[in-house]
Design a protein around this ligand. Structure first.
Ligand SMILES: NC(=O)c1ccc[n+]([C@@H]2O[C@H](COP(=O)([O-])OP(=O)(O)OC[C@H]3O[C@@H](n4cnc5c(N)ncnc54)[C@H](OP(=O)(O)O)[C@@H]3O)[C@@H](O)[C@H]2O)c1
Length: 278
């Protein structure tokens, strides 16, 4: 057995996924909690997802983080879903337990709300919230957001019928509205969350003026060393804050680590370490 195989192995699967910070984050978590583990990146295209994931678990991988475009395929693949993953019908964390059970969880919502509430001190109750996008990430965060007794929540998507499908799926948890981008109007929202992947291609959803005011917090789930197209736009609109998704990345990873290892690492040192890079 190779040295790499001697410790428990974990990883991240996505496509594309080459420049991920997850190995850095989980490496710091492992060190701070004295857990001996390895963490690697697997770039797997959609057509090979099922075959390659089953091979990874047959080969001894103990757990995987799952990122775009695989979150819904992962929900179909696993044997069991946690309640929050069943609600989302999207999985961003898989754990391999005894008797060959693959458990699917979704930690995106817990990651986002932890970053907003704990790290940014943003109180969600009674707020007007706009979400841009209707993909796997939105599936994960809608349930936890709807539990916060928001005043209003709207999902706007490039393909409006996908936003409407999410509204129908989550209607039992509260009132949600759906639209395309062009129909968006003021008054300004308290919080605008960009959950589109437009920024990965250097693009920005086409948003009208009037939806950002001087107390609006603009939160981009995407992240990078410099401003994303969305945070750049938010600053041009004079938003109160323009935040990149580093905190969500770290907090959702901490929740995954908890599922895998039974211990939730302290995220503050990791956030501070990342802040030194950016
Ligand atoms: N910080 C974190 O921890 C974290 C966690 C999860 C996700 N994310 C980020 O969140 C983003 C979404 O992830 P996902 O898993 O939901 O992806 P996804 O399932 O592939 O969904 C992508 C979404 O982006 C929209 N979109 C793509 N290109 C667009 C464009 N040029 N203009 C407008 N809308 C566009 C799609 O609209 P259509 O429906 O019209 O195709 C869809 O709503 C990604 O950037 C991902 O990295 C970050």
């Amino acid at each position: 057995m190779s040295e790499a195989a001697a410790v428990d192995q974990y990883g991240l699967v996505g496509h594309p996924v080459a420049h991920s910070w997850s190995p850095f984050i989980h490496g710091l978590f492992a060190k701070s909690t004295a857990q001996d583990l390895g963490f690697r990146i697997f770039d797997i295209p959609p057509q090979h997802f099922r075959r390659d994931i089953l091979q990874l678990f047959a080969g001894g991988i103990r757990g995987l983080n799952v990122t775009l475009p695989h979150k819904q395929s992962a929900a179909d693949l696993v044997n069991e879903l946690t309640p929050r993953a069943a609600r989302a019908q999207a999985v961003n964390t898989i754990a391999f337990f005894e008797q060959s059970t693959l458990l699917g969880d979704n930690t995106d919502g817990a990651g986002l709300t932890a970053d907003l509430e704990r790290n940014l001190q943003f109180e969600l109750a009674d707020k007007r919230v706009l979400i841009l996008g209707a993909g796997g990430a939105v599936r994960g965060v809608l349930g936890p957001l709807l539990e916060r007794e928001l005043r209003e929540i709207k999902i706007a998507n490039r393909t409006p019928h996908k936003a409407q499908s999410l509204v129908n799926e989550f209607a039992d948890m509260g009132t949600i509205a759906a639209s395309g981008f062009a129909e968006l109007r003021g008054p300004a929202y308290d919080l605008i969350i960009n959950a589109t992947s437009a920024g990965l291609h250097g693009q920005m959803p086409p948003l009208p003026a009037g939806i950002v005011g001087d107390s609006t917090v603009c939160y981009d789930m995407s992240y990078g060393r410099v401003d994303t197209p969305f945070t750049r736009w938010a600053k041009e609109q004079h938003a109160a804050r323009a935040v990149k998704g580093w905190g969500m990345l770290v907090e959702q990873a901490a929740e995954s680590f908890l599922l895998w290892r039974g211990i939730r690492p302290n995220t503050q040192p990791v956030l501070e370490a990342l802040a030194q890079h950016f």
